[in-house]
Ligand binder design. Structure first.
Ligand code: NAD
Length: 281
């Protein structure tokens, strides 16, 4: 069994990006810039944003965090996004979710110039991804995809099963694997026989949010298992896959923590560098 080490893969990706940023600086005399907007004082969001800022600086990006109180008016955020859209030193804009209730999430997402949308949530990027065109891809599924490709570079004809159909994870994951010529099944809370679907998978991606939902007898021998779930339980943080059981028969599996999680931020940096490169064409 291969334990897919997300921490190591993320460190390797950051190192590649660091070198690329040096080359880009030499070529263009400027570096990619990432601006994060953080609204309110939700602790998990603050931790994510701090980690994003730290990682961005490590790879040599220009990084900025703009903070607003919970009570900030939607228009203030829309005006700031407009300003950042026009700012040449900003390659990527990210508005940390979740947002306070009085702010319309979709309006905010759609205000970001799609060419600076490092989260890949803008409908233009969603459409481009599903049409097979160049686009920013949401960071978590992009990280999963890169981990899968490390284990199995040729995915053509493989049967992939995704559990969860969120815009954040399941749907973009489906598109990425379709592009690799997998036969993809996307399952969700109304799927009739989830175990039977999972048993078909050469590649199984679980993005549900239910602790240890996927059991050993749900997984085909030699499957690649990617666990996106992050669930707080009495025994600590666990994924959507019963790791101790499933790791006995899987060909490769991501642990939680230390699997998909570390790749998410590294992919945000990758998206920022890609947005910068496209803006220089
Ligand atoms: P979500 O709540 O938006 O979507 C969950 C999906 O699971 C839905 O499509 C739903 O239909 C499906 N589902 C619910 N119950 C089910 C069941 N019993 N059987 C089959 N499908 C079922 O969640 P999300 O935002 O996609 O996140 C999923 C998990 O991934 C969460 O645990 C979240 O914390 C984690 N997550 C991790 C990262 C990371 O960086 N590792 C990033 C984002 C989210």
């Amino acid at each position: 069994m291969i334990l897919i080490d997300g921490k190591k893969a993320a460190a390797e990706l950051r190192e590649e990006l660091r070198k690329e940023v040096v080359e880009l600086k030499n070529k263009h005399n400027k570096v990619p810039g990432l601006t994060v907007i953080l609204i309110g004082d939700l602790t998990p969001s603050q931790i994510y944003v701090r980690n994003k800022e730290k990682s961005a600086k490590e790879v040599g990006l220009k990084s900025e965090v703009i903070k607003y109180p919970d009570s900030v008016e939607e228009k203030v955020i829309l005006d700031k996004i407009d300003e950042l859209n026009k700012d040449d030193t900003v390659s990527g804009i990210l508005v940390q979710l979740p947002l306070p209730k009085h702010i319309d999430k979709q309006k905010i997402i759609e205000a970001i110039n799609p060419s600076k949308d490092v989260d890949g949530f803008h409908p233009m990027n969603v459409g481009n991804l599903s049409s097979g065109y160049e686009s920013s891809v949401p960071c978590t599924p992009l990280g999963c995809y890169l981990l899968i490709k490390k284990i199995e570079p040729n995915l053509s004809g493989k049967k992939a099963v995704i559990i969860g159909r969120s815009n954040l994870n399941g749907k973009p994951m489906t598109q990425l694997l379709l592009k690799e010529n997998c036969t993809v099944t996307i399952t969700h809370s109304r799927t009739k026989d989830l175990k039977a679907e999972c048993l078909e998978a050469d590649i199984l991606v679980a993005a549900v949010g239910i602790p240890e939902l996927v059991k050993e007898d749900w997984v085909k021998k030699d499957a690649i298992v990617i666990d996106v779930g992050i669930n707080k339980t009495d025994k600590g943080i666990v994924g959507d896959v019963a790791f101790d059981e499933v790791s006995k028969s899987a060909r490769a599996i991501t642990p939680v923590p230390g699997g998909v999680g570390p790749m998410t931020i590294a992919c945000l940096l990758k998206n920022t560098v890609e947005c910068f490169k496209r803006s220089q064409l």
